[in-house]
Design a protein around this ligand. Structure first.
Ligand code: ADP
Ligand code: MG
Length: 255
């Protein structure tokens, strides 16, 4: 089993969209997949057509030691794609974690059962836009970290902070295990894209060859609660995520 997260403390860089569509890509090629949502906004489940209310069981109950992770897992309509959903109660748990002993190890402990059961080939974790305990918990369990980055100066300026966090939490263990994916790239913005490539030259070898392009269908599919592969006008986005999925599989050694 390989565990990969989508993380960046900036919001709106495409973390959740990539999680959902990358999860669907792997499940469709028969790689048994679990997405764990670590963001209190809880957008993963509805993005796959699963509604989760305030009182429903969620990863909040797992991190507060009240539920076993296997009891909160929901099956999506895609065979082989399961979700450990989140909801807004996770923000309350996040607050309590700040003052908890071994606060960064809750998810690791919760995932023991998943490692033991060997139900999944890949676990994909969606992170909140922060550098707080929920992200620390995630970085403690991952084999690889993918950082979606939007082609804007602001997004790039924040990258160094996130990379520092990555080094800090696992004391360098993840140094060779993180990559950047350029996300929400507008094909028409040629000049901007050139400037951004130049600005990111120090990370050149870290950047996925496949970029995720800005496409209406990605947004619409998410609103419809389905991945782009099942969206009627999602062909170009599907091709994009297929290419990306293949590159993830080869970089992260996923079968
Ligand atoms: N490549 C894309 N093309 C078009 N819309 C996108 C794309 N990626 C994300 N979006 C939309 O932008 C918004 C923020 O994306 P999201 O994936 O939720 O970002 P994050 O999880 O990093 O905050 C969502 O409404 C989503 O549907
Ligand atoms: Mg998100």
């Amino acid at each position: 089993m390989v565990t990969v997260c989508l993380a960046n403390h900036k919001g709106g860089t495409g973390k959740t969209s990539i999680c959902i569509n990358m999860g669907a890509y792997f499940a469709k090629k028969k790689t048994k997949t679990l997405i764990i949502d670590m963001d209190p906004q809880g957008h993963v489940a509805p993005g796959l057509g699963i509604e989760v209310g305030y009182d429903d069981r969620s990863i909040a109950d797992v991190l507060s030691n009240q539920e076993d992770i296997t009891t909160i897992i929901a099956h999506s309509h895609i065979k082989g794609l399961d979700v450990a959903p989140s909801n807004i109660r996770l923000s309350l748990v996040n607050e309590t974690l700040y003052n908890s002993f071994k606060r960064e190890r809750r998810l690791r402990k919760a995932m023991d059962k998943i490692y033991k059961d060997k139900t999944y080939d890949i676990v994909i974790i969606d992170c909140p836009p922060s550098l707080g305990p929920l992200v620390e918990n995630t970085l403690m369990v991952v084999d690889y970290c993918i950082i979606p980055c939007e082609p804007s100066s602001r997004s790039i300026d924040g990258l160094a902070d996130f990379i520092l966090k990555l080094k800090d939490v696992r004391e360098g263990e993840l140094d060779s295990k993180w990559n950047i994916v350029m996300s929400r790239v507008k094909k028409s913005a040629r000049l901007t894209n050139e400037v951004i490539d130049e600005k990111l030259s120090e990370y050149k070898n870290r950047i996925f060859k496949t970029k995720i392009y800005e496409r209406e269908s990605i947004n619409q599919a998410q609103m419809a609660g389905i991945p782009v592969f099942d969206f009627p006008r999602g062909q170009l986005a599907s091709e994009n995520f297929t290419k990306f999925g293949k590159e993830v599989a080869s970089r992260c050694q996923i079968k």
